[in-house]
Ligand binder design. Structure first.
Ligand SMILES: *[C@@H]1O[C@H](CO)[C@@H](O)[C@H](O)[C@H]1NC(C)=O
Ligand SMILES: *[C@@H]1O[C@H](CO)[C@@H](O)[C@H](O)[C@H]1NC(C)=O
Ligand SMILES: *[C@@H]1O[C@H](CO)[C@@H](O)[C@H](O)[C@H]1NC(C)=O
Ligand SMILES: *[C@@H]1O[C@H](CO)[C@@H](O)[C@H](O)[C@H]1NC(C)=O
Length: 412
């Protein structure tokens, strides 16, 4: 899939290479006995190219129908025929094209050269060529990545080609092996450099590729973090373009997810301030705010599950206030995500539940309950019911935590 998509965008590079090789190698592939037949065919070239018929016609002297009949009868053709079917069957059409377009004089010359080889030499030669053809059949993902990376690294390439190279990498790095190869092939530095491109589209796609490559991949996460890409991505998070900020958040989430090192760097790059900026900014796109809330929840959950000291952001008073405030934005999906965030935050020992009390979480949750009962249209009723169940769960948890807090204070 990846190959096909990437290939279809640049048919020129590879097809020509394969066809040219086929044209040069073709005469060597033929058994000596049939070389003469090929010469005869070559001599006829120019008069009727389609008279070449299938490759098998000249390779075995049998016609297509006869061969098909034999194969269906289970007997198979000659040994040569099996070899051809196994090794080169899918190249038939390219081979035909190559014959039709090659120089008849040269073909004749090379075909007579083949006749001089002994049977053993010929066999060996054919094996070598067979292996070569296998390799030529389809460029590897690494080949495709090298081409895209060379394009990215070429400062004189057009913006359009640059974008296309990025799109190709985006598809290729979905495969973990390819993502792992990215740095080896010299791809990470050019990609990170593109985060500073003057063109927004280019910046966005680069962030996308970096995010996709580091998704659930500790090795690539560390490589990208090591090159210092996080600082640039945090800056992108402040972009007034929702698309750009959203893609930066995507890349940051992928880079620091389950990574202690990544989360420390996020803190030292002041990533919390960027998240906060998105959360409190009333002009922020809802989708962007949802991503920011989701990232905060993910960080809180990591802290809960790993026992690692969490990000100071998560216990920051203003951050908690902006999370509570978001429950007043009427969007069920956002409210659900915010409730999940609060639920995780309440469980963190580093979060002082008194701050939630300060921002009147209890009244906010009660108001939300009324809203959820009154407002939803028929088709949102079920969803509103689910969000309301979550709201009650959060309320109960909050009341428990408050009680615990008071008891602890009392005991001191
Ligand atoms: C070329 O050969 C094919 C197959 O033998 C035949 O059908 C076709 O009429 C020929 N064309 C010309 C131009 O001779
Ligand atoms: C860089 O791109 C230009 C324009 O496409 C091309 O002419 C040149 O050969 C490329 N340079 C390298 C080193 O690939
Ligand atoms: C990118 O180009 C620089 C010089 O322009 C070169 O040193 C480097 O090896 C190139 N990297 C790749 C991956 O082609
Ligand atoms: C943003 O919205 C909140 C709640 O709707 C409101 O309290 C706050 O004043 C607004 N902030 C700005 C800067 O408009």
């Amino acid at each position: 899939m990846a190959k096909a998509r990437a290939l279809s965008k640049r048919p020129g590079h590879h097809l020509i290479a394969v066809v040219l090789s086929a044209a040069v190698l073709l005469p060597l592939l033929m058994p000596a006995a049939t070389a003469a037949a090929a010469v005869a065919v070559a001599e006829g070239d120019g008069e009727n190219k389609s008279a070449l018929g299938g490759t098998r016609q000249w390779a075995t002297g049998k016609d297509e129908e006869q061969l098909v009949a034999e194969r269906e009868a289970g007997g198979g053709g000659s040994v040569e025929e099996d070899e051809f079917a196994g090794g080169f069957g899918s190249l038939d059409s390219m081979l035909q094209w190559a014959i039709g377009n090659s120089d008849p004089e040269k073909l004749k010359e090379e075909a007579s050269g083949v006749q001089k080889l002994s049977a053993d030499e010929l066999q060996k030669r054919r094996q070598e060529i067979k292996e070569l053809m296998e390799k030529l059949k389809m460029p590897s993902d690494a080949d495709l990545m090298k081409i895209a990376i060379a394009d990215l690294n070429n400062s004189s390439i057009s913006l359009e080609d640059r974008q296309r190279a990025l799109q190709e990498l985006l598809v290729l790095v979905e495969a973990i092996d390819n993502a792992n190869d990215l740095d080896k092939l010299g791809g990470l530095l050019p990609l990170i450099q593109e985060l500073s491109n003057a063109n927004e589209e280019i910046r966005i796609t680069s962030a996308w590729v970096l995010g996709t490559a580091s998704q659930n991949n500790a090795l690539v996460q560390d490589q990208i973090l090591g090159y210092g890409a996080l600082a640039r991505l945090v800056k992108m998070g402040y972009s007034t373009s929702t698309e750009e900020a959203a893609k930066a958040l995507y890349a940051i989430s992928a880079l620091i997810r389950n990574s202690v090192n990544g989360q420390e760097m996020f803190h030292s790059e002041n990533g919390g301030a960027m998240l906060q900026h998105i959360l409190v900014n009333n002009d922020s796109d809802l989708r962007l705010q949802k991503k920011a809330v989701f990232l905060a929840t993910d960080l809180a959950d990591f802290q809960l599950n790993s026992g690692n000291p969490g990000l100071p952001l998560l216990s920051d008073r203003l951050f908690l206030k902006s999370v509570v405030d978001m429950l007043s934005r009427f969007d069920l999906d956002l409210q659900e995500k915010v409730l999940l965030a609060i639920k995780s935050l309440l469980k963190l020992s580093s979060v002082d539940v008194a701050n939630f009390e300060l921002y009147d979480l209890e009244s906010v949750l009660h108001r939300l309950g009324v809203q959820l009962e009154d407002l939803p249209s028929e088709d949102q009723k079920e969803y509103a019911g689910e969000v309301d169940a979550l709201r009650r769960e959060v309320l109960t948890l909050f009341q428990q935590k408050l009680k615990q807090g008071r008891q602890q204070q009392h005991n001191i």
